[in-house]
Design a binder for this molecule. Structure first.
Ligand code: PRP
Ligand code: URA
Length: 209
């Protein structure tokens, strides 16, 4: 489980507490998702490659390091993953974004695919798959399997609330993937929702409650 990173930072816990709150408005919920993604991105990106860059300051040449943004692709799982993209874009304005559309079937809880669009050369990039919720793990596993079938070999998966079952399944099916979760909850209910969780992330981001 050394590829599983559960955050333990006061800022993350603070913002997750408001995210979970059922009285949080749609606008505040969306802002919190973005802020949490940005805070987590700082740690998620800690080991990405850099290249040397010489920069002229007003006084002299500085030997600097920059992130090769074209070596990264952010892939939100639609819909709810879209809420996390602006947080990453604030840190990396030029990062490219691919999209995977998956919707869980309400009866089987299995994901059903409806959209796939990646930037050219995605197979050469480190792909950061983002989705606020890792419940059964079915959606994350399908998204990563689809990307692997298209040639992608390097992954990170970033979520806000994970379930223990979701982490176990994703780690078992894709042991090569680094998993980052703001917090981890123990239980899934009969509808495969995370408990206590935060409810339906997509509905709360887009006001479709
Ligand atoms: C939610 C969530 C994840 C998935 C997690 O999306 O955003 O994609 O469920 O559940 P799992 O781990 O059991 O697969 P949903 O399918 O409800 O679609 P939405 O984002 O359009 O609301
Ligand atoms: N999808 C959500 O949005 N929330 C859950 O708790 C489980 C799946």
């Amino acid at each position: 489980m050394d590829r599983v990173h559960i955050f333990d930072h006061p800022m993350i816990h603070h913002k997750i507490s408001y995210l979970r709150d059922k009285t949080t408005s749609t606008a505040d919920f969306r802002n919190l998702v973005e802020e949490l993604a940005l805070l987590m991105a700082f740690e998620v990106l800690a080991d990405v490659p850099t290249y040397d860059a010489e920069v002229e300051t007003p006084l002299a040449t500085a030997h600097c390091r920059r992130i090769a943004e074209d070596g990264l692709v952010i892939v939100p799982i639609l819909r709810a993953g879209l809420g996390m993209v602006p947080g990453f874009q604030k840190l990396l304005p030029f990062v490219r974004v691919g999209h995977i559309g998956l919707a869980r079937n309400e009866e089987t809880h299995e994901p059903e695919a409806y959209y796939y669009k990646m930037p050219p050369g995605v197979e050469d990039a480190t792909v950061i798959v983002v989705d606020p919720m890792l419940a059964t793990g079915g959606s994350a596993c399908d998204a990563i399997a689809t990307l692997k079938a298209h040639g992608v070999t390097r992954f990170k998966f970033v979520c806000l609330i994970a379930s223990e079952a979701g982490i176990a399944r994703l780690s078992a099916e894709h042991p090569d993937v680094e998993i980052y979760a703001a917090e981890c909850d123990p239980v899934l209910n009969d509808d495969a929702y995370i408990v206590p969780g935060l409810g339906d992330a997509g509905d709360r981001i887009f006001g479709t409650l």
